[in-house]
Design a protein. Structure first.
Length: 499
C-alpha cells in the first residue's frame, strides 16, 4: 500500500465505532487498524472506542479482538504491535437505542479526550444495521457531540445507503441536519482496492492509453464482478437487496464512473468526484425499450461448485420457496457524451458463478480485414484487462507473428497481474479508507450527488424487475449465468470475456 505522510500527529482523533462487537469490526476494522499501526500511519494521539451492548469487560473485549486479528490480519500478529493497538482500544457498553445514554457517552468521550490529548476531534463509524443510522445520528446531535470549537467531527456510513432513491434522500436529509456534506463519508470498500485506484493512474499517466481511451478505438467495455459463493447466512439482507442493490447500484456504478470519466482539472477530491458525476448524468435514458432489450436478471438453481453440490437460492436457509430476488444481473448501456457515444458498456454480476473474479475488460476495435487479416476468419482483438481480484494487475493482449510458422499470427499476452487471495472485501481496502478519513480526503467516497444519480438509474431497473414475471431459477450454480446474458452480447456479434 502506498500512502504518503508521516505519523500525522495533527490528525489526532477518537474513532468511535458503533457496532464494536459486530462482524465488520472483527473481520475488517480492527485488522485494518492493526496494520495501520504496523505501517505507522495512525496519529500519535489516537484512540478507539468500540461501543457494544454486550456486558463484557474491556479486557475480555481485547482478548476477542486479538483472536479476530490472528484470523483476519494480512500481517502476522506480533505482541509488540498488538500492544500498541491494545493501548488505544477501549470498550464502552451502551444500548444506542436509549437516547438518554448519549449524554453519558459524551462525558466519557470528553474525559478520554483530555487523557489522550486528541483535540476534540471525532470520527463516528456506524458499523451497524441501516435501520439504526438515524437513531445514532439523532443521539449524537441531541447530546451536542458533533460540534466542538476548533475541532472536527466526521461520520462514516456503511452501505446500504438507503434501499431506493426515496429512502436514500430521507436518510441524507437527516444526516445533513447534523453533519456537513464534507464530513459524511459513505464507504464503498471497492474504491479502497488498489487496482480501482490504479484506473486513473493507468489512464492519465500513460499517453499510449489515454490517447485511445474513446469510441474511436474502443469497441466495448465489460465490467464483471462474479463470485462462487452463494448468499450463505446473509439471506435476510439479500432478500431485501438482490444483486441490483448489493452490487450494481454501489460498486459497479462507481467503477463505471472511474473507467469512463474525463481527466479532472486537478487531483483535488471535488474535481475527481465532479467528473465521476458527469458520467452518471450521461448514462442513456431508461426507456421501456432499454429495459426490454438490455437487462437480464437471473437466479441460481442447484449445481456444482469446485466439484461439490450446492443448493439453489430458493433452497438456502430463510429464503422463500417462491423468491423472485435476482442473484445475477447483466446490462448493456451507453454513455451519451462525446468520448463514449456509440460504445457499449456491458455489465454483469452474479453469485454461484463458475469463477470468482472482478475485472474490467477494454476491447479495442478490430483492424480492417486486409493485409494480414484478409485470409483469417477470426481476428483476435487487442484487450486491456484491469484485474481487481483475485488476480491483481494489468493484462494486455496484442497480435504478433507466430515464429513457428511461415505466416501465422497469434495473440501474445503481457500479464503483470499476480494472484492475491486477500483482495476480496478485506482489511486492505479499509486501511486505505480509514487513513483517508483521518486526513479528510474524501476522493474515494461517493458524494451525495453520485449516490443520488446511481439510485435514479438503479430504481428504474429494480421497479422493472419487481413488475416482471420471471422464470427463476434460470442458471445452474457453477455456470456463468443465464443463456439470455450470452444472447445479450451475441446479438451485437460479441461475447463475454473470461480472461
Amino acid at each position: 500500500m502506498e500512502m504518503n505522510g508521516g505519523n500525522g500527529d495533527h490528525l489526532s482523533a477518537i474513532l468511535v465505532i458503533f457496532g464494536g462487537t459486530g462482524d465488520l469490526t472483527h473481520r475488517k476494522l480492527i485488522p485494518a487498524l492493526y496494520n495501520l499501526v504496523i505501517d505507522k500511519l495512525l496519529p500519535k494521539n489516537f484512540t478507539v472506542v468500540s461501543i457494544g451492548r454486550r456486558n463484557i469487560s474491556e479486557e475480555d473485549y481485547k482478548k476477542g479482538m486479538y483472536t479476530a486479528l490472528r484470523e483476519h490480519s494480512r500481517n502476522k500478529v506480533e505482541d509488540k504491535q498488538w500492544a500498541k493497538l491494545a493501548n488505544m482500544l477501549h470498550y464502552y457498553q451502551f444500548d444506542f437505542t436509549n437516547q438518554e445514554g448519549f449524554a453519558e457517552l459524551k462525558k466519557y468521550l470528553d474525559d478520554l479526550d483530555q487523557r489522550a490529548n486528541t483535540g476534540g476531534n471525532r470520527v463516528f463509524y456506524l458499523a451497524v444495521a441501516p435501520e439504526h443510522f438515524e437513531t445514532i445520528v439523532s443521539g449524537l446531535h441531541a447530546s451536542d457531540m458533533t460540534k466542538k470549537p476548533n475541532a472536527w467531527s466526521r461520520l462514516i456510513i456503511e452501505k446500504p445507503f438507503g434501499k431506493d432513491l426515496k429512502t436514500a434522500r430521507k436518510l441524507n436529509n437527516k444526516l445533513l441536519e447534523v453533519f456537513d456534506e464534507s464530513s459524511i463519508y459513505r464507504i464503498d470498500h471497492y474504491l479502497g482496492k488498489e487496482m480501482i485506484q490504479n484506473i486513473m493512474v493507468l489512464r492519465f499517466c500513460n499517453s499510449i492509453f489515454e490517447s485511445i481511451w474513446n469510441n474511436k478505438f474502443i469497441d466495448n467495455v465489460q465490467i464483471s464482478l462474479t463470485e462462487k459463493l452463494g448468499v450463505g447466512s446473509r439471506s435476510g439482507y439479500y432478500e431485501n437487496s438482490g444483486a441490483m442493490r448489493d452490487m450494481v447500484q454501489s460498486h459497479i456504478i462507481q467503477i463505471l464512473s472511474m473507467v469512463a470519466m474525463e481527466a479532472p482539472v486537478n487531483l483535488n477530491m471535488d474535481s475527481i468526484r465532479t467528473e465521476k458525476q458527469k458520467v452518471l448524468e450521461a448514462i442513456e435514458d431508461i426507456t421501456p425499450g432499454f429495459l426490454r432489450n438490455n437487462v437480464v436478471f437471473g437466479q441460481y438453481g442447484k449445481g456444482i461448485i469446485d466439484g461439490n453440490p450446492v443448493p439453489g437460492y430458493r433452497e438456502e436457509p430463510n429464503v422463500p420457496k417462491d423468491s423472485n430476488t435476482e442473484t445475477f444481473v447483466a446490462l448493456k448501456l451507453h454513455i451519451n457524451n462525446f468520448r463514449w457515444a456509440g460504445t457499449p458498456f456491458y455489465i454483469r454480476t452474479g453469485k454461484r458463478m463458475g469463477t470468482s473474479s472482478a475485472e474490467i475488460v477494454i476491447q479495442f476495435k478490430n483492424l480492417p480485414k486486409i493485409l494480414y487479416f484478409k485470409d483469417k476468419e477470426v481476428q483476435d482483438p487487442n484487450l486491456l484487462v484491469l484485474r481487481i481480484q483475485p488476480n491483481v494487475g494489468v493484462f494486455f493482449q496484442f497480435n504478433t507473428k507466430d515464429f513457428s510458422t511461415h505466416n501465422g499470427i497469434i495473440p501474445t499476452k503481457m500479464d503483470t497481474s499476480h494472484y492475491n487471495p486477500t483482495q476480496g472485501n478485506t482489511p486492505e481496502a479499509y486501511e486505505r479508507l480509514i487513513y483517508d478519513i483521518l486526513r479528510g480526503d474524501a476522493t474515494l467516497f461517493p458524494r451525495w450527488d453520485e449516490v443520488e444519480a446511481a439510485w435514479s438509474f438503479a430504481d428504474q431497473i429494480i421497479r422493472y424487475r419487481e413488475n416482471k414475471i420471471l422464470n427463476f431459477p434460470n442458471y445452474d450454480a457453477g455456470s456463468m449465468g443465464p443463456i439470455s446474458a450470452f444472447e445479450l452480447l451475441a446479438r451485437d456479434g460479441r461475447e463475454w470475456w473470461n480472461i
